[in-house]
Write a protein of this length. Structure first.
Length: 185
């Protein structure tokens, strides 16, 4: 019987869905991550010539002292993320490659970076997922006990074998939701 999550990954992946061949790598916080984000934000802003409504550093690399996979997560807000023709060609010309298309989940698109390991998450302006991601980031920046809980969870999960990186990300959902519940108070 086919795995529904794997079928979803297969259907939303642009190009080949490649299983992991190595463990998830979690490294200590690198003070170069904000600089790498700033460089990518400039590249995105220049490529989109005013179409970028917001460019934010998100994910674990945006939280000082939080161990992370060494991948810079960037949130990009555009007018309408479903309208790929309005922004994707410019991003592709700048070297980004479309890898994920999720019309059923906030019209999310994800591009990989040209020369830095980047996950560029594209959403429509005012998408609630943007606020959720930034609330999580901001809470972890100011609440070391939850930052440490998240770090322990990530390191523990990284020791397991995952067929796809998304399986590892999905396994963090419970602790993310627990932390977000505190951030909402």
């Amino acid at each position: 019987m086919p795995d529904p999550r794997e079928e979803y990954l297969r259907s939303s992946t642009v190009g080949e869905l490649t299983p992991r061949t190595s463990p998830i790598e979690i490294v200590d916080y690198d003070r170069q991550w904000p600089r790498l984000f700033a460089r990518e934000a400039d590249r995105i802003s220049c490529a989109l010539a005013g179409l970028a409504l917001a460019i934010e550093h998100a994910g674990s690399t945006s939280v000082p002292e939080l161990p992370a996979k060494p991948i810079i997560d960037i949130v990009l807000a555009v007018r309408d993320s479903a309208d790929e023709t309005s922004y994707a060609p410019a991003l592709e010309a700048a070297g980004y490659r479309l890898r994920i298309r999720e019309p059923g989940w906030h019209e999310h698109r994800m591009f990989k970076g040209p020369d830095t390991d980047v996950n560029l998450h594209v959403f429509s302006q005012n998408c609630p997922e943007i606020a959720r991601m930034l609330r999580f980031r901001d809470w972890l920046r100011t609440h070391p006990e939850d930052r440490d809980l998240y770090a322990r969870t990530k390191r523990g999960l990284a020791r397991e074998n995952w067929k796809y990186t998304q399986n590892y990300a999905d396994a963090k959902t419970a602790v993310v939701e627990e932390i977000l519940a505190r951030a909402a108070c």
